[in-house]
Design a binder for this molecule. Structure first.
Ligand code: 3PG
Length: 208
């Protein structure tokens, strides 16, 4: 994921779908709320097919989340994912994504992880699980020796605290699931998802 992509998409929804049929209506609901990026996780079997279907949705940038192995990198890229997010950092996963020309956004939780990220040539990382690791204060402390690295916090980010993260110059985007809650997706409550997406975008703009 390039810096301009993160800067263009300050709120990245983490999507878990039970049915592949949910993918496109969910994407449309997010687009209507002003969010043009989705991280569709492989936490359910429907995730991969969801990614495939979302590639047909004009204007939506689709990435894969919860990618744990190099083989999964192959699968999601074949399905059309244009970036790859992982909960932690694994050199084989990152290198496979780099070989395929797809940006990798691995999760980091320590300065040791960040040194691994730097050694792999990465400039952007996910900070996960952000809330439990100490939130914005922890990012500020971790980032000090790593000039030029930008962070996408995820895990415990919400409408109430996203502004504290985005106030940090090294945080161009936040990520989370609050605007695509599974209960809303399973109920097909697309209008509420659009409302929550628009609310998140407005809060991110106000913070930025
Ligand atoms: C992730 O994979 O980044 C998280 O599961 C999202 O965390 P949240 O559900 O607390 O937003």
């Amino acid at each position: 994921m390039s810096a301009p992509l993160l800067a263009a998409h300050p709120v990245v929804p983490v999507v878990v779908i039970d049915e592949a049929d949910q993918a496109v209506p969910l994407g449309e609901a997010l687009l209507a709320g002003g969010i043009a990026v989705m991280e569709v996780t492989l936490r359910t079997e429907a995730g991969l097919e969801g990614i495939r279907r979302l590639t047909e949705l004009e204007g939506m940038t689709v990435g894969a989340g919860s990618v744990l192995t190099p083989a999964q990198v192959d699968e999601v890229v074949a399905a059309g994912a244009t970036f790859v997010v992982s909960p932690g950092i694994n050199a084989d996963v990152v290198r496979r994504a780099q070989e395929l020309g797809v940006p990798a956004l691995p999760g980091i939780s320590s300065s040791t992880d960040l040194m691994t990220a730097v050694s792999l040539g990465l400039r952007e990382v996910k900070f996960f699980p952000a809330g439990l690791l100490g939130g914005p204060k922890m990012i500020k402390a971790l980032s000090a020796p790593f000039g030029g690295i930008t962070f996408m916090p995820s895990g415990g980010v919400s409408l109430d605290n996203l502004g504290e993260y985005l106030a940090l110059p090294c945080v161009p985007a936040v990520s989370g699931s609050w605007m695509v809650d599974k209960s809303l997706v399973n109920a097909g409550n697309w209008a509420e998802i659009t409302r929550l997406a628009a609310e998140a975008v407005a809060a991110a703009r106000a913070a930025g």
